[in-house]
Each structure stands twice: as structure tokens, then as C-alpha cells.
Design a protein around this ligand. Structure first.
Ligand SMILES: *Cc1c(COP(=O)(O)O)cnc(C)c1O
Length: 456
């Protein structure tokens, strides 16, 4: 399989090159040149596979430049860190199926992609005799999952900026208690925006970036989407008839993987996109209105997003693979903060997606109601999905994705239920560990100095 950019100026590159490239050099996003098809017969033959075996079969359709033994090894290492033998167990609660994606080391679904990406990078860097220093800013989940993906890996180190005293206590613990010498947590005396601006400025200094071999692991990397396609196919295989899948959505990364799986199998009748009060994608699907608003902070913070960085990938398919139209539209969007869609386009969108949203009050209510009815505790992100899934499932078997363990968001659960969820061992163990981080002012040069001293 070869890869190309949604904006058409990059094409014919290998899987490995696209992983290293991250964002396409023409400003677009990397996609495969075609979407492989899986027959019903093939799906049936995969029924008995373990999650890791299925991951290998699915990824092989997209990867032809990594020897099979190595690919198997990368996958095995990536999911050995998961605490559940089925990796992504599907359980039935009332009328709904819940696929738990939070059994990785940081208890959120980002582990599924970032464990894989860390091992993949390690393999590619070794082969290319290169080193890389990952740099990123986080307001919570992504930072810890990225750190756990990179910790202890050869030829890589990671620098994560976060706003000092402004991430949740559990997220801070998860980041700062990692003792591997290739992990650097940088607490910035400022806001998340300060952190992001510093990272942007550093990446814009191309000389510094080259010299210090800086790289990123953000949600636009194709390998992250690929790792996420696997669990949709896992779900499809478990049901003998078409299903709906409901996805609590922020950056459109998770649900875009679902869209690819839908195209590959034809067995996902609709994807249900659930948002919180940051509802740009809900407005897009229901009214063709894709226009930026202000970010509203909510109790499901990993979905507090307006510009969904993976949206461009879907736009490419919506526009019948017309790269020029994608490039034009994205440039215009950058200026105006708005994309308009024709009636025909909206009709097409609605063949793939349904969408609803949950306000914060509705989110707390569904956590309470679901607990009373089933004894199952939802985290606030998963709760947004469950609320919308129950509204829009109709008569379909519907799988709602659980993207975080409720113990990661104890305050929200307490507001809904009056008590905090029990802490899993993985969290309890962190509390006695030593914290390690460097406190720096919100100053780009101070961060650059620190990186230069510690980069490998
Ligand atoms: C990142 C995240 C999401 C949103 O996923 P996207 O791929 O950005 O749509 C939802 N829930 C949790 C817990 C997350 O960490």
C-alpha cells in the first residue's frame, strides 16, 4: 500500500515514510491510496482470532514495508501492556453494547494507538539509524498516553509540556511518576495555551527542529488511525448483522477510523457521532453548518475541541477524492472559520453518520441513570456517547465506545453519584511514587535551552 496527502502534492510514499512524516509536507493529512475491502467470508474466517492476531491481519492490508515477523512483534509488545486479556472487551448493559477501550496503561483509549506508535517508531528509528525527540503539549490524556508509549524506548526521548497545577491530579501523577530517563515532564507556570504556543514556536524554528531531531505524536499520524481501525473490525466480527457504533468525539480521529472500517467491511450501518457542548461536528452532520465557535470547558475535557484535526481526511472522501477542492476549502476555512455544504453533500454525510450531543447536565444525569439501572459506572466521555447512542440506536445492535475508565474523572462521577469510583490498582500504585518534573516559566527560550541540554 502506498500513501498520499489529502491535498495531493505528496503521493506514492511508503507506510514507513508516512509515519515518519506525520503531517504531510503540503499541509494535508496522509491517507492510503485506496481503502482495502474485506469480504464477508474473510470476516467469518477471522472470527476465532485473538485481538493481536486480528490487528496483524488488518494492519498487513495497509503495511507492506515491514517484515511480517517484526510487525507481529510490534503488535505483541503494544498490547502486552493491556490489563484485560481481550484487550477491548465488549459487554452488554441493558439494550446497549459497550466496548471498553480503556484497559491500557493510562486507562484511556489513546493507549491503543500510542502504545503501537511508540513501538513502531522504535523499530523505524533503529532501522534508519536515526534518533528522535518527541515534543508535545498536553492538557491531560494525550500527554500521559504518549509518555507511556515512549518510556524506555531506544533512540527516542519525549518532552511533554503541561500547565503547572492545571491538569487533573491523576493526569499529573500519570505523567510525573514515570522514572525512565528518556521522559521529561515540563510544568509551565502558565496555561495550556502558553504550552501550545511554545511548542508551535519551537516547531516553527526549523533550524532548531532539525538540529534537535524533533518529532510529534499528535492525532494526525496515520499509524494512530490504523491502530484504531482494528477495534471497529473486532466489533463487526462479533455481530452477524450490521451494527451501529457510537463514538464520543473530539478530534474526529477515533470516528474517522470507524469510517474507514465501515468502508472496508460494509457492516457498520451508521456511525453515531456524539459531542458535548462543543458541537461543531453535530451541527455539521445535522445542518451542514461547519463553523467555529469558542471552546467551552466541560466535564468531558478530552472532547473540548472546535477544530477537529482529522476532519480533513473525511472531507477528502466527501469531495469524491478531489484533492484540489480539499486544499481550497481548507485554505478558505483558515481565513473564514467556516465551511458550507450543499444539500447533496449533507445527504451523503447522513448515509454514514448520525449525530447528537449531551449537555453537562445530561451527561451527569445519564451517569446516574445508567448506574441505577445497570450498576455500571460511566466516565463523562463515555456517558456523552451512551446518552446519544440510546437516543439514536433505533433497532440496531449498537456498540458505544467507552473511551476512559471512570476513575480517571472522579470529580464528575462524584457529582453524578455522590461517591468516587473505586481506584484501580494502576492508579493507587502511582500515589506512593516519586514525582519528577521541571518547572519552567512560559518562555520559549527557557524550554529550548532545556531541550538542547537533554535531547538525545
Ligand atoms: C481523546 C479522547 C476522546 C476524543 O477522541 P478523538 O479521536 O479526538 O475524537 C474521547 N474520550 C477520551 C477519554 C479521550 O481521551
Amino acid at each position: 500500500m502506498k500513501y498520499k496527502s489529502t491535498r495531493g502534492k505528496v503521493k506514492g510514499i511508503s507506510f514507513s515514510e508516512s509515519v515518519i512524516m506525520g503531517l504531510a509536507t503540503d499541509g494535508g493529512l496522509i491517507i492510503p491510496e485506496s481503502i482495502p475491502q474485506i469480504s464477508e467470508k474473510q470476516l467469518f474466517l477471522w472470527e476465532k482470532l485473538t485481538y493481536e492476531e486480528l490487528a496483524f491481519e488488518v494492519m498487513k492490508l495497509f503495511i507492506d514495508d515491514i517484515p511480517e515477523d517484526y510487525l507481529r512483534d510490534i503488535i505483541a509488545k503494544s498490547y502486552a501492556t493491556f490489563l484485560h486479556p481481550e484487550i477491548v472487551p465488549i459487554i452488554k448493559k441493558d439494550d446497549l453494547y459497550i466496548m471498553e477501550l480503556f484497559h491500557g496503561p493510562t486507562l484511556a483509549f489513546k493507549d491503543i494507538a500510542l502504545q503501537f506508535l511508540g513501538n513502531l517508531f522504535e523499530y523505524l528509528l533503529e532501522k534508519r539509524k536515526q534518533k528522535m525527540n518527541i515534543l508535545g503539549a498536553t492538557s491531560g490524556d494525550t500527554g500521559s498516553a504518549a509518555i507511556y508509549g515512549v518510556r524506555g524506548k531506544k533512540n527516542m526521548s519525549i518532552f511533554i509540556l503541561y500547565p503547572y497545577k492545571r491538569v487533573s491530579p491523576i493526569q499529573e501523577l500519570q505523567m510525573t511518576t514515570v522514572s525512565d530517563p528518556n521522559v521529561f515532564c515540563i510544568a509551565i507556570k502558565g496555561t495550556f495555551d502558553d504550552c501550545q504556543n511554545i511548542v508551535k514556536e519551537i516547531f516553527n524554528d526549523l533550524e532548531f527542529k532539525e538540529k534537535n531531531r524533533l518529532g510529534a505524536v499528535n492525532s494526525i499520524n496515520w499509524a494512530r488511525v490504523l491502530a484504531q481501525i482494528v477495534y471497529y473490525i473486532w466489533a463487526v466480527i462479533k455481530f452477524k448483522k450490521p451494527i451501529r457504533v457510537c463514538v464520543p468525539t473530539g478530534n474526529f480521529g477515533n470516528i474517522f477510523a470507524g469510517y474507514v472500517a465501515k468502508r472496508m467491511t460494509g457492516k457498520i450501518e451508521r456511525l453515531i457521532l456524539a459531542t458535548n457542548e462543543n458541537d461543531i461536528l453535530y451541527r455539521f452532520i445535522n445542518f451542514g453548518d461547519y463553523s467555529l465557535g469558542e471552546v467551552i470547558p466541560t466535564i468531558s475535557p478530552s472532547m473540548d475541541i472546535q477544530v477537529a484535526s482529522n476532519f480533513e481526511r473525511y472531507l477528502y472522501y466527501l469531495y469524491n477524492e478531489d484533492s484540489e477542492k480539499v486544499a481550497e476549502t481548507m485554505l478558505r476555512f483558515k481565513k473564514t472559520g467556516k465551511i458550507s455544504f450543499s444539500k447533496g453533500e449533507i445527504e451523503k454525510v447522513r448515509k454514514d453518520f448520525l449525530s447528537g450531543y449531551a449537555t453537562q447536565e445530561e451527561t451527569l444525569n445519564i451517569i446516574k441513570k445508567f448506574y441505577q439501572e445497570t450498576g455500571y459506572i460511566l466516565d463523562p466521555h463515555t456517558a456523552v456517547g451512551v446518552k446519544v447512542a440510546l437516543e439514536l440506536k433505533e433497532n440496531f445492535d449498537t456498540v458505544s465506545l467507552a473511551t476512559a475508565h471512570p476513575a480517571k474523572f472522579p470529580e464528575a462521577v462524584k457529582r453524578a453519584l455522590g461517591f468516587e469510583p473505586e481506584k484501580p490498582k494502576a492508579i493507587k500504585e502511582l500515589e506512593s511514587k516519586e514525582k519528577r518534573f521541571t518547572l519552567l516559566p512560559p518562555d520559549t527560550d527557557a524550554v529550548k535551552d532545556f531541550i538542547e541540554k537533554h535531547a538525545i
